[in-house]
Design a protein around this ligand. Structure first.
Ligand code: AMP
Ligand code: MN
Ligand code: MN
Ligand code: MN
Length: 286
């Protein structure tokens, strides 16, 4: 089997490694084709792509776009995008513009619960100052002893109903899929099992996404428990969507490492079927 990982983060968003080190780590872990998918920013793609090329690894330009759908946050991954496409570039900039203001409100909220300096702390932890996110707050909260680990920091402070969580309107599903497609890319629903939707809403999301021209969903992801793989593989098939695979790597020691995931179930149609970047790999593997 080819080791293909189509979802990971660098410090251009909420990962900790610079793009070059993400690509090097992927190659060291045996990944043969990698997509870097930073949140709402394509600034790491050139660097990661150059390193991938020197290491003989196929590289897929990607992005993970923050969307609000039916009042909840959903992430849409774009694969094989053109990072210079004006519609995509402008759209992603509008999303980033809202992030600093949201981070300030998160900091204000935490201050009201007796935690001072969270905004400044998270801002300091973000290598890309346009991309301050909840993960930067989580790392700061852990380092300051407010939570024993990232997961607990999210549970106590950074999720709906808790003191550091503020409502925020991201872009629409239509915009995200539209920008990805305009730039020549393929839209994929990230970690579909992570959203707080019931079965009815899940089906509505898949239908709406398909109607807009979305083509895939992640089946094997670091965010799915292995017991969920079968369900999402079945739903991909039932809704005529292709299946993707990606660790959603953010940092060494945090969650799943790049390329360290099981293969797609055999009956899935992979998103990468027919991609020219993989042709040489398939020949080599044959
Ligand atoms: P943001 O886009 O700033 O709202 O941050 C979202 C990011 O927070 C996701 O991409 C994950 O990296 C991280 N995240 C969300 N929920 C959790 C959780 N329960 N545990 C750990 N990380 C999480
Ligand atoms: Mn993230
Ligand atoms: Mn995500
Ligand atoms: Mn992600």
């Amino acid at each position: 089997m080819l080791n293909i990982d189509l979802h990971c983060h660098s410090n251009v968003s909420d990962g900790v490694l610079p793009p070059a080190e993400v690509a090097a780590r992927a190659a060291a872990n045996g990944v043969q084709a990698l997509a870097l998918t930073d949140h709402d920013d394509v600034g790491g793609l050139a660097e990661a792509g150059q390193v991938a090329a020197t290491l003989g690894m196929a590289f897929i330009p990607g992005v993970e776009i923050s969307v609000t759908w039916h009042g909840k946050t959903v992430h849409i991954v774009g694969l094989r995008i053109d990072p210079a496409h004006p519609e995509l570039v402008t759209g992603l900039q509008t999303i980033r513009n809202g992030r600093i203001e949201r981070a300030r409100r998160m900091g204000d909220d935490l201050r009201l619960s007796g935690i001072d300096g969270a905004y400044e702390g998270a801002y300091d932890y973000a290598a890309n100052k346009q991309m301050v996110g909840r993960t930067h707050f989580a790392r700061w909260l852990v380092d300051r002893g407010h939570a024993p680990d990232i997961r607990t920091a999210f549970r106590r402070y950074l999720t709906p109903g808790h003191p550091g969580y503020v409502e925020h309107e991201w872009t629409t599903l239509e915009n995200a899929v539209g920008w990805i497609r305009a730039s020549g890319g393929m839209a994929v629903i990230a970690h579909p099992g992570r959203y707080p939707f019931d079965a009815r809403e899940q089906h509505r999301l898949l239908d709406a996404f398909r109607a807009l021209g979305g083509e895939g969903i992640e089946v094997i992801t670091g965010s799915h428990h292995p017991s969920e793989y079968g369900k999402w593989a079945d739903l991909a098939r039932a809704f005529g969507l292709k299946a993707s695979r990606g660790a959603d790597f953010h940092a060494p020691g945090e969650g799943v490492d790049i390329g360290r995931l099981p293969a797609l179930p055999h009956f899935c149609q992979p998103v990468w079927q027919g991609w020219p970047e993989l042709q040489q790999l398939s020949l080599d593997a044959a």
